[in-house]
Design a protein around this ligand. Structure first.
Ligand SMILES: *Cc1c(COP(=O)(O)O)cnc(C)c1O
Length: 401
């Protein structure tokens, strides 16, 4: 019998071939082995649960238990989420400067999915989006898979990792569909000042480019710092802000994130809003058990839980700083928030290494300590490595000695 294609000839799609997550590849394909005589200390992935020392509060656990037991959330929700869950996010995200309407909330399967929807809705194949360097790798992964070009704008370590505004402006062209801003930052641990955010908004407004705000670390700032959301400082620039439970509530595996459409000038009506709604139907909405628990999670988590997490992260950052600063050739940069610390590697002090990647590989081989290369070295010789601060302080101390 002659077959239509003669033989099995199954090829991967363009999207599958073009999709690549550099962090996952480094973590999953690292070529060297840890030192078998030393326990592995993984500071590589920003998962606050890996060492078991940071746990969600009992109110949150109980909210999910009740959601399951109620049997009310076993079915399909509307693909943008249940009304009550969206109301809870709207209330959680409203303050004296921004009033969020539940109709502007779209629940997603984690913040990554929120970012995916925003990038996919705003940018077409052949257009570009601007992303921070150094920055979280998923923006590139999502965009390049879709045939969207990414252009990086630099962050300036000497200015507390503020955006190089001249560089940002220089990167904008006719085909720029969106600017991704991540504040507080992974991997830098930086928190932008009000004035800096106003400068960013001014550029977006002058060139009429919407912003995708990755604010998954919202409110995770150390004492003395203030988090300003992009939307709280803008009336003009359309902003899609992305956040979720993942980091602040310490539950990355629950996959609950959201988009909030901030669009006071109705720039994103009707096309982009409709696009986001249609795209949310591709996976028929996010996890309903967590949606059922959202009003209690967002409404009943006690403030002292958040304060304790911040206190832990802050004291870990001070501990890591004080240990690393004593090591010749390494210069830690004290973070202002989030869960990471960047360390400047003065490569001339380490002549056997050509790059931050080689440095972190050897650190893994000799000490079984796994940090991520900052890969900031593509503009000059500045090399950094990133370590996560969510680990036990005993482990952090051991790491740094
Ligand atoms: C962790 C993280 C995310 C992804 O969060 P999920 O909710 O797990 O998808 C997005 N952006 C940044 C900057 C992150 O660090």
């Amino acid at each position: 019998m002659s077959s239509f294609r003669e033989r099995w000839n199954v090829c991967a799609s363009n999207i599958a071939r073009r999709t690549h997550n550099p962090i996952r590849s480094i973590v999953e394909n690292i070529v060297v082995e840890p030192n078998p005589n030393k326990p592995m200390i993984a500071l590589s992935i920003g998962d606050p649960t890996t060492f078991g020392n940071l746990k969600p509060p009992k109110e949150v656990i109980e909210a999910v238990q009740e959601s399951v037991a109620s049997q009310l959330y076993n079915g399909y929700a509307p693909s943008t989420g249940y009304q009550r869950a969206r109301e809870a996010v709207a209330e959680y995200s409203s303050n004296e400067f921004v009033k969020v309407d539940p109709k502007d909330v779209i629940l997603c399967s984690g913040c990554s999915c929120a970012l995916d929807l925003c990038i996919t809705a705003l940018a077409r194949e052949g257009q570009n989006i601007l992303i921070p360097r150094p920055g979280f790798s998923i923006y590139r992964t999502l965009a390049e898979g879709l045939g969207i070009t990414v252009k990086s704008y630099d962050l300036r370590p000497e200015l507390g990792w503020e955006i190089d505004l001249d560089d940002l402006e220089a990167q904008i062209d006719e085909s720029t569909a969106a600017i991704v801003i991540n504040n507080p930052s992974n991997p830098c641990g930086s928190v932008f000042s009000r004035d800096h955010i106003l400068d960013i908004l001014d550029i977006a407004a002058r060139y009429y480019v919407p912003i995708i705000a990755d604010e998954i670390y919202e409110h995770m700032v150390f004492p003395g710092r203030t988090f300003h959301s992009l939307a709280s400082l803008s009336t003009e620039v359309p902003i899609l802000s992305c956040s979720g439970l993942t980091k602040r509530f310490l539950v990355p595996g629950w996959r609950m994130g959201w988009i909030i459409i901030h669009d006071r000038q109705n720039v994103l009506e009707i096309e982009i809003r409709k696009g986001l709604h249609c795209l949310s139907q591709r996976i028929i909405g996010s996890n309903t058990i967590i949606q059922g628990a959202l009003p209690a999670i967002l409404g009943q988590t006690p403030q002292n839980f958040f304060d304790d997490v911040i206190h832990t992260l802050h004291s870990h950052s001070k501990l890591a700083y004080s240990c690393i600063v004593k090591i010749p050739g390494l210069k830690p940069i004290m973070p202002d928030g989030a869960m990471y610390m960047m360390v400047y590697i003065d490569l001339p002090c380490f002549p056997e290494f050509n790059s931050d990647l080689e440095f972190v590989q050897r650190l893994l081989m000799e000490e079984s300590v796994f940090c991520l290369p900052g890969q900031t070295g593509n503009h000059g010789t500045v090399q950094h490595a990133r370590g996560s601060l969510s680990k036990d302080s005993r482990i952090l101390r051991e790491t740094s000695l």
